[in-house]
Design a protein around this ligand. Structure first.
Ligand SMILES: Cc1cc2nc3c(=O)[nH]c(=O)nc-3n(C[C@H](O)[C@H](O)[C@H](O)COP(=O)(O)O)c2cc1C
Length: 235
């Protein structure tokens, strides 16, 4: 019997919202019968800055290496938004993949994304809108602690990385009914599950957001299983 397909969930998390979501994504992948591991990219901020940002200790998961990208059948990336795009820590990790790109090492793998943002502002998934707002209100980020609605999904700026590597992006779609729920704040979108952390990080991942994350893991796992089974039968 072939070994179970392998998915690596690679995250950057500062205040653990993304780690919490990653655990639910992992749960869904395991339900689908897929071997799923959580890894984190290296931190690039100094301890001094992290202390000033009141960052707790990192979750107890291994640091991701380039081998962790190559060995997996599927890759799911999770991170909080930074000024409407991915954090520099994650970009630094991806920017170290030039050699893999040149060798086509990640081409044909499947990729998924999930996110965390400070607050809710539906329909702001595109970078274009984000850049326009930042152009109009250059100091708008400073208003986050005072509750200014501010939600920019970095999905579309991340998809370019997947496209350049030839990684097949698997969106979540509206696969979980909670994505239609307007009765309370529910993070996530067609691009991937998500949470809304508040500007000060005080809001925790809700049960509905966790359920959406499990759905994403399960659906992604089923895609990978179908693909790996097809590859094995045609080998
Ligand atoms: C430097 C910086 C920039 C941020 N930019 C944004 C932003 O553009 N939009 C937004 O909604 N949240 C923004 N946030 C809030 C983070 O996305 C939020 O802290 C993160 O999603 C929490 O996830 P974590 O607990 O896994 O670190 C920013 C936070 C920091 C520290």
């Amino acid at each position: 019997m072939s070994p179970a397909p392998k998915v690596n969930i690679i995250i950057y998390t500062l205040y653990h919202h993304i780690y919490t979501l990653a655990l639910s994504v992992q749960e869904g992948l395991k339900e689908a019968g897929v071997d799923a591991k959580i890894l984190q990219v290296p931190e690039t901020l100094s301890d001094e800055i992290l202390t000033k940002m009141h960052a707790p200790a990192k979750p107890d998961v291994e640091i991701a290496t380039l081998d962790d990208l190559v060995e997996a059948d599927g890759l799911i990336f999770g991170f909080g938004t930074r000024f409407g795009t991915m954090p520099a820590q994650f970009k630094a990790f991806l920017d170290s993949t030039g050699g893999l790109w040149a060798g086509g090492k990640l081409a044909g793998k499947f990729g998924g994304l999930f996110f965390s943002t400070a607050s809710q502002h539906g329909g702001q998934e595109t970078t274009g809108k984000c850049l326009l707002l930042r152009f109009l209100f250059p100091l708008s980020y400073l208003l986050i602690p005072f509750g200014m609605p501010f939600l920019f999904f970095p999905a579309l700026t991340t998809v370019t990385y997947l496209a350049h590597h030839g990684i097949i992006y698997v969106p979540l779609g509206f696969a979980n009914p909670h994505l239609f729920d307007n009765s309370e704040v529910v993070g996530g979108s067609a691009y991937g599950c998500g949470t809304v952390a508040n500007g000060d990080g005080s809001r925790q991942v809700s049960d509905k957001e966790k359920e959406i994350a499990v759905t994403q893991g399960k659906n992604f796992g089923n895609v990978i299983k179908t693909y790996v089974a097809g590859k094995d039968s045609s080998a």
